[in-house]
Structures are given as structure tokens and as C-alpha cells.
Design a protein around this ligand. Structure first.
Ligand code: NDP
Length: 445
């Protein structure tokens, strides 16, 4: 089996040189799928893995724009349309200086399996740019978004590809991109999700990834007769996913002791309360400040250039970026008594870290299952747009909750190994079979 896995990986590495994040994401999937595929030769004969690692289409484009000083700036834009076997392409847009082909291919590849897990009909894609919104004025962000959409609009559409937000892309950026799309196409359609409520957005979409992740971890806790109530939780990030993860954890009676940004983390021993969280939302969404500014108003400590994995906690919710939990971090967490991990971010744990969690037999929810609530609710936004109506907060939240329960059940179905549930294997097989069967049914396209 090891030889087969290595052979597949050698081919992927040869064809996609210099793309370490993409190799990492594919390896994790290939390792857990190979035994399953050996038992189900139809997938091998149809070369499904080989086909799935090749994007159906990848677009790379120039984005020139004018900054406030009248100087010309040039960024690079991307859209990776990975797989449309079960529905139109769907996946977020990331604006961050680290964005490159490897990162977007890893995210697009993960998105295919994640979207399949949601039970909704959505293919997988991802896009973005190396543009850094940090330190830019609203006007500059608008100019960039307009430039970005001036090319992207040709490749997307409500029945073709429906992008959403991700790191560096929130309500403001979606608004500017939607405005430009509408102007260029002369159409008001649900071409992007994460829209404002007044112009086609869905209630609960901003909350969905964080809420969904907490719902998923609560389901995992139930399998051990436990719950999140009273548990000490460490959260990383302070953006969209982190904010609503904290909100839902507080609602369930957990105690959240950390939040972070790319400069460092804050530790509030007494627990972050609603007032402090409200301040984080204002700081990050309106004032666009740094997390350390919280120490001015609240009794918390700040640790510069550190990640929050050394604090004593029962559960962790990495909600910032990829590869933020190393093998050493994972060992420290297990040693300090951590029993559950809910990945709000995509691929936040390194392969070494995943092995540590799995060997310790603790509850480990990989991002493609735990953070699927975001895209699932984007799917619900698409349905509301098509029907031209808006569901209530309760209705969307109930649907989201039920989807997270269904994803959990599916992971258990395919990942149960005696008393232990391997959620990585469960999520990969459950996500894979639906896409693979659709690909076989649709022939060689
Ligand atoms: P935001 O841009 O709203 O927030 C990102 C947060 O992570 C910020 O606090 C940011 O700090 C921090 N961060 C970003 N890059 C790094 C880095 N290299 N090192 C340390 N901290 C970093 O993004 P989201 O909350 O939307 O996304 C967070 C994660 O969740 C990503 O992995 C994303 O792919 C994933 N995700 C998001 C979904 C969504 O619906 N938004 C859906 C599913 C997954 P700073 O402000 O300093 O940059």
C-alpha cells in the first residue's frame, strides 16, 4: 500500500513542481483513500484520483490598479476551477501576500471534497490574489476589487462558478466585486455569496463557518458522552471564522481564553466575555486594528509573535491559516490535556501534528468537515437567490445545524475503527464517493 501511495505522490509532485501545500493536501487524501480504492477497483479503473488532482481549468491574470498617490500597481489574480462533477464551481477568494498557485490548488482540491460533504450540489474552486488589503484605504481596496473583477467576470456566473470570501475578503470586498460584476454584465444575480443582507445576502452566512465548526465539535463530544459546556478553549485568529467560533462557544457555556492575529495572541485567563468579543469585532471589522490593542481595555496578556498552543486547554479551534499547528505544538496540546480539535481554518495542522492527534486518539475534526458550514450556508444563499426570497435567521441556522450533524454522521459512517473515529478518513471517503460516482456517470469530460 505504501508503495502505491508513493507512486501516486511521485507523479503528482513531478507534474506540479514547487507546490508544497498542494502536495501536502493531496497526500493526506491519497493516504486515506488508497485502501478504499483498492477495495473498489471501479475508481482505480476510471483513474479518478489522477483526474481529481488535475484542475478542470486554472486562470491566471494581471490586475493593474491605481493607488491613492496615482501610482500604478500590479497584482496577480487566480481562479482554480477544480471540479464541477456535482454542481457549479464554488469556493472562496483569498487576498493575502502569500497567495500563489500552490496554496490555491490545495484550497481548491480540499474544497471539492468539502462541498461534496455538505450534501448540497456544489463543485469546488478557489481563487484570489497576492494583493494585501492591510494598510490600504477603502478607495484602494475598491479600485483593486474592481480591477480583479474586470477579468474574473468572464469566468464566473450563477450557474458556472460562484465565489465567496476567505482570508482578506469579507463583506466590504464582496460588495465592491459584486458591484463591478453587475456593471459589466448588466445582471443582478447570485454570482457571489457573502453578500450584504439588503442585496441578496443570507442571514447567518457571516456566522456560519464558526458556528458550524462548534456544532461539529459538539457532535464529536457527544460520541464520548461529553459536551463543550465548561470547557476551556483556545482559538487562533480574530477574523470572520474566529469571531463567530468564539460567539457560539460562549453561547454553549465554554470558556475561551485566546484569540490571535498574525502578530501574536492575547490570553485572557478569566475568559473572553461578550463585551470583549464585541470589541474584537469592532477592532477587526471597522477599525482594522491589531489584536494587542485589546490589552488597553481588558485584563489580558499579549504574546508577541507567538501562537496560542502552549496554553492549557480542553479544546482548540485553529481559525487563522494553514500549517499553524506543528508537530511540537500538537504534542504540547496533548500533554496539557487537550481532548478536541475543530479546524475552522483550512489545513491548519501539519501532517506531523495530525499524526500526534491521531496517535493520542483524541477527537480531531479536519477542516474539510469542521469548517464546511461556511460553504454550506453559501449554498443556502444560492438557493434563496434562485427562489428570490429570504429565510429567517432560525430557518438558516437550523439548516446549518442539521447539515453539520449530517456531515458528522457521514464521517462516523466511513471513519469508524472500533471505538475510535478517524474523522480524516471518514471525511475523505464520504466526500470522495459522491464526486467519483458522478465523474464516472458523466464519462470522460
Ligand atoms: P479573515 O481574513 O477574516 O481572518 C484571518 C485571521 O487569521 C486574521 O486574524 C489574520 O490575522 C489571521 N492570519 C491570516 N494569515 C495568518 C498567518 N499567516 N499567520 C497568522 N495569522 C494569520 O479570514 P477568515 O476568518 O475568513 O479565514 C480564516 C481561515 O478559515 C482560513 O484558513 C480560511 O481558508 C478558513 N475558512 C474560511 C471560511 C469563511 O467562510 N470565511 C470558510 C472555511 C474556511 P491578520 O489580521 O494579522 O492578518
Amino acid at each position: 500500500m505504501k508503495l502505491k501511495i508513493q507512486e501516486t505522490m511521485d507523479k503528482v509532485i513531478r507534474k506540479n513542481p514547487g507546490e508544497p501545500e498542494f502536495h501536502q493536501a493531496v497526500r493526506e487524501v491519497v493516504e486515506s483513500l488508497t485502501p478504499f480504492i483498492e477495495k473498489n477497483p471501479k475508481y482505480k479503473e476510471a483513474k479518478i484520483i489522477e483526474r481529481m488532482v488535475e484542475p478542470e481549468r486554472a486562470v491566471i491574470f494581471r490586475v493593474p490598479w491605481l493607488d491613492d498617490k496615482g501610482e500604478i500597481r500590479i497584482n496577480r489574480g487566480y481562479r482554480i476551477q477544480m471540479n464541477s462533477a456535482i454542481g457549479p464551481y464554488k469556493g472562496g477568494i483569498r487576498f493575502h501576500p502569500s497567495v500563489n498557485l500552490s496554496i490555491l490548488k490545495f484550497l481548491a482540491f480540499e474544497q471539492v471534497l468539502k462541498n461534496s460533504l455538505t450534501t448540497l450540489p456544489m463543485g469546488g474552486a478557489k481563487g484570489g490574489s497576492d494583493f494585501d488589503p492591510k494598510g490600504k484605504t477603502d478607495n484602494e481596496v475598491m479600485k483593486f476589487c474592481q480591477g480583479f473583477m474586470s477579468e474574473l467576470f468572464r469566468h464566473i456566473g450563477p450557474d458556472t462558478d460562484v465565489p465567496a470570501g476567505d482570508i482578506g475578503v469579507g463583506g466590504r470586498e464582496i460588495g465592491y466585486m459584486f458591484g463591478q460584476y453587475k456593471k459589466l454584465k448588466n445582471e443582478f444575480t447570485g454570482v457571489l455569496t457573502g453578500k450584504g443582507l439588503e442585496w441578496g445576502g443570507s442571514l447567518i452566512r457571516p456566522e456560519a463557518t464558526g458556528y458550524g465548526c462548534v456544532y461539529f465539535v459538539e457532535e464529536m463530544m457527544k460520541t464520548r458522552g461529553d459536551s463543550l459546556k465548561g470547557k476551556v478553549c483556545a482559538v487562533s485568529g480574530s477574523g470572520n471564522v474566529a469571531q463567530y467560533t468564539v460567539e457560539k462557544l460562549l453561547e454553549l457555556g465554554a470558556k475561551v481564553v485566546t484569540m490571535s492575529d498574525s502578530d501574536g495572541f492575547i490570553y485572557d485567563k478569566g475568559g473572553i466575555d461578550h463585551k470583549e468579543l464585541k470589541c474584537v469585532l469592532d477592532l477587526k471589522n471597522n477599525r482594522r486594528g491589531r489584536i494587542k490593542e485589546l490589552t488597553r481595555e481588558f485584563k489580558c496578556e499579549y504574546f508577541e509573535k507567538k501562537r496560542p498552543w502552549q496554553v492549557k486547554c480542553d479544546a482548540v479551534f485553529p481559525s487563522a491559516t494553514q500549517n499553524e499547528i506543528s508537530g511540537e505544538d500538537a504534542k504540547a496540546l496533548v500533554k496539557s490535556g487537550c481532548i478536541a480539535i475543530g479546524e475552522g481554518a483550512n489545513m491548519p495542522t501539519t501532517p506531523e501534528g495530525i499524526s500526534v492527534f491521531q496517535e493520542a486518539r483524541i477527537l480531531y475534526a479536519p477542516g474539510k468537515a469542521a469548517n464546511a458550514g461556511g460553504v454550506a450556508t453559501s449554498g443556502l444563499e444560492m438557493s434563496q437567490n434562485s427562489m428570490r426570497l429570504s429565510w429567517t435567521r432560525e430557518e438558516v441556522d437550523n439548516r446549518l445545524h442539521n447539515i453539520m450533524i449530517a456531515i458528522h454522521e457521514n464521517c462516523v459512517r466511513y471513519g469508524k475503527e472500533g471505538k475510535y473515529i478517524d474523522y480524516v478518513k471518514g471525511a475523505n471517503i464520504a466526500g470522495f464517493t459522491k464526486v467519483a460516482d458522478a465523474m464516472i456517470a458523466q464519462g470522460l469530460v
